[in-house]
Design a binder for this molecule. Structure first.
Ligand SMILES: CC(C)(COP(=O)(O)OP(=O)(O)OC[C@H]1O[C@@H](n2cnc3c(N)ncnc32)[C@H](O)[C@@H]1OP(=O)(O)O)[C@@H](O)C(=O)NCCC(=O)NCCS
Length: 152
């Protein structure tokens, strides 16, 4: 796999990939313009994407990360997440946050990269989405707020 990660303008973000991580197109389109978008290109084709938004000085939130279904489980997501973590650390960030479901492989994916639970947003997925989100046969209700606090 020859993976190249580069920034693209938010307007060029691959929406269909972003919808894999967040089923609300309205929400995705709302946060995109004020965010930075990075894509992972495999042999020139978009294999993955992630979107990061600054929340306050030194605090950035990973709003979305997704890999094309046919390319998942091949290490693209790991490479992209590691790249973003290191890029923001190198740029002087203090905190990188992400919100995710309270169970499932995504949670371990983040924890393996050093994210730790900072808070629980109870009923986030019930309150903020019109349709129930079901993963592994379980309705997703609560969001875990995870963070990496960079130490220098
Ligand atoms: C989460 C995601 C970005 C990870 O990208 P990826 O390229 O598949 O990740 P990797 O191949 O680097 O694998 C990372 C780990 O996740 C696991 N994983 C990936 N997809 C999985 C799946 N569908 N089911 C179970 N485990 C999965 C891999 O087995 C691997 O675990 P390991 O380190 O123990 O081997 C990708 O699966 C995805 O786009 N999912 C849908 C969107 C989504 O849920 N985004 C996150 C929102 S919180």
């Amino acid at each position: 796999m020859s993976l190249l990660i580069e920034e693209v303008p938010p307007a060029a973000a691959p929406i269909e990939l972003l919808l894999l991580a967040d089923p609300s197109e309205e929400k995705v389109r709302a946060y995109l313009p004020a965010s930075r978008c990075f894509v992972a290109l495999n042999e020139g084709a978009v294999a993955g994407v992630c979107v990061v938004q600054q929340q306050q000085a030194g605090v950035h939130e990973l709003m979305n990360i997704a890999v094309a279904p046919e390319q998942q489980k091949a290490g693209v997501g790991t490479r992209l997440l590691q790249w973003v973590i290191e890029r923001y650390q190198a740029a002087g960030a203090q905190v990188l946050e992400v919100g995710t479901g309270s169970f499932g492989y995504q949670l371990t994916f983040y924890q393996r990269h050093g994210f730790r639970v900072a808070a629980i947003d109870r009923d986030f997925f019930v309150t903020n989405y019109d349709e129930p989100i079901v993963e592994e046969g379980i309705r997703l209700r609560d969001m875990l707020r995870l963070r990496i606090e960079y130490t220098r």
